[in-house]
Design a protein around this ligand. Structure first.
Ligand SMILES: [Zn+2]
Length: 388
């Protein structure tokens, strides 16, 4: 999910909760396939593989290798990955989750071998302070630590101030510029060095959940669809460059090529169950409350109806989220591709977005995959997407 640029609005949303799954209505949940051990291992591989916007080839390879077990896979010049399950052949549905993550890029190396970085995507600079970084150097990984003047040496009035990126540098242990330049070059990308953690209550914590979790959900949905396909030809897509995608990114390119009638975009949204959240601004989407379905100006009411009726039929809990303008996701590019694509947005509630410790519930992930697979099974050529 992109950070709004200055001058654009901060996301203003209203939402309300619908929970069609009454407590005790457990029979419908037998339809839910839980994430298998091999799917979970794939998810962790996907999360732990670095790939900031424009440099996503490593996680894209992981995604394509997994997809090749049950789908026809191809890539494009933009780095997008497409996995196709033909079904009976039509209509075509695009499922999109972005494979990139926020990161940093080497901007300059000084005479003493210190490295200066610029952001890839929307950072809170305070998150970078004190972190370990993993750069993707030409000769392999290069590790660095983000340096900042110790608090003892800050003037009293500076102690209260937020750090700016220009106050920070990266120390890779080089003795001088030549040594640093032999290991890193201007333009090398990097991410925070971290790995996925299992948390209690079927939750995980990781870097890059925004939006590897979406790339994972669309492939897991395709895996479940492939086990019992319907009429539709379904194309799961791991899109590139969403975090920098004011121009539409890989989603614009792949949506143009795929030629779908309908699209379901999967991204993360703000979980609203931690301190400091204003529900009157963000609605109510707690961790574990199921996928979040966006209703709003760019969303196809036909595609949303399909998702909601499927969720109701399967007793999958979900919440609604309202968006009175663009969504800060791939849906913004996809719904206006070609002659227009009926686009829905399914989001996973996520705490601590754009940090090394994003937190989601695997129950929400599993329900989103089941909901999308079953929705695809219910789409045939008779559906009139112009019926708004
Ligand atoms: Zn994001």
């Amino acid at each position: 999910m992109r950070v709004a640029t200055p001058g654009r609005r901060a996301l203003v949303v209203v939402s309300y909760t619908l929970s069609p799954a009454a407590a005790g209505c457990t029979s419908a949940f037998t339809l839910l396939a839980m994430l298998s051990a091999s799917s979970l291992a794939f998810l962790k591989r996907l999360l732990d593989t670095p790939g900031p916007s424009g440099f996503e080839s490593a996680p894209a390879r992981v995604w394509r290798e997994e997809a090749a077990h049950f789908a026809n896979v191809r890539g494009d010049v933009h780095g997008n990955s497409m996995a196709v399950v033909a079904g009976a052949g039509e209509p075509t549905i695009m499922l999109a989750g972005h494979i990139d993550e926020i990161g940093v890029i080497v901007q300059h190396i000084d005479d003493e071998g210190y490295v200066y970085i610029a952001p890839i995507g929307g950072w809170d600079v305070q998150v970078l302070v004190g972190q370990r970084l993993r750069f993707l150097g030409a000769q392999g990984d290069v590790f660095g630590v983000v340096g900042k003047k110790p608090i003892h040496l800050l003037r009293p009035d500076d102690r209260e101030k937020a750090s700016k990126l220009t106050d920070l540098w990266v120390d890779i242990g080089a003795a001088n510029a030549a040594e640093a330049g032999a290991r890193l070059s201007v333009g090398d990308p990097g991410v925070i060095d971290s790995h996925t953690l299992d948390f209690p209550n079927n939750r995980i914590v990781s870097r890059s959940i925004d939006d590897r979790i979406g790339a994972f959900v669309v492939l897991e949905a395709l895996r479940r669809y492939a086990a019992q396909p319907g009429a539709a030809r379904v194309v799961a897509t791991a899109t590139t460059q969403e975090e920098i995608a004011w121009h539409g990114g890989g989603a614009a390119v792949s949506a143009t090529a795929i030629g779908a009638r309908m699209a379901i975009v999967v991204d993360v949204t703000f979980a609203t169950d931690h301190p400091g959240i204003e529900k009157k601004e963000l609605g109510h989407h707690p961790i574990g409350s199921g996928p979040v379905l966006t209703r709003g100006s760019i969303i196809s009411p036909v595609a949303l109806r399909l998702l909601r009726s499927t969720a109701d039929a399967l007793s999958i809990p979900y919440t609604l989220h309202a968006a009175g303008r663009d969504t800060g996701t791939d849906a913004d590019a996809i719904h206006i591709a070609r002659e227009g694509i009926a686009t829905a947005l399914v989001s996973i509630p996520n705490r601590y977005m754009h940090s090394p410790n994003e937190l989601v519930s695997l129950d929400d992930v599993d329900r989103a995959a089941t909901l999308i697979a079953e929705t695809c099974r219910r789409v045939g050529t008779e559906i009139d997407f112009t019926d708004r």
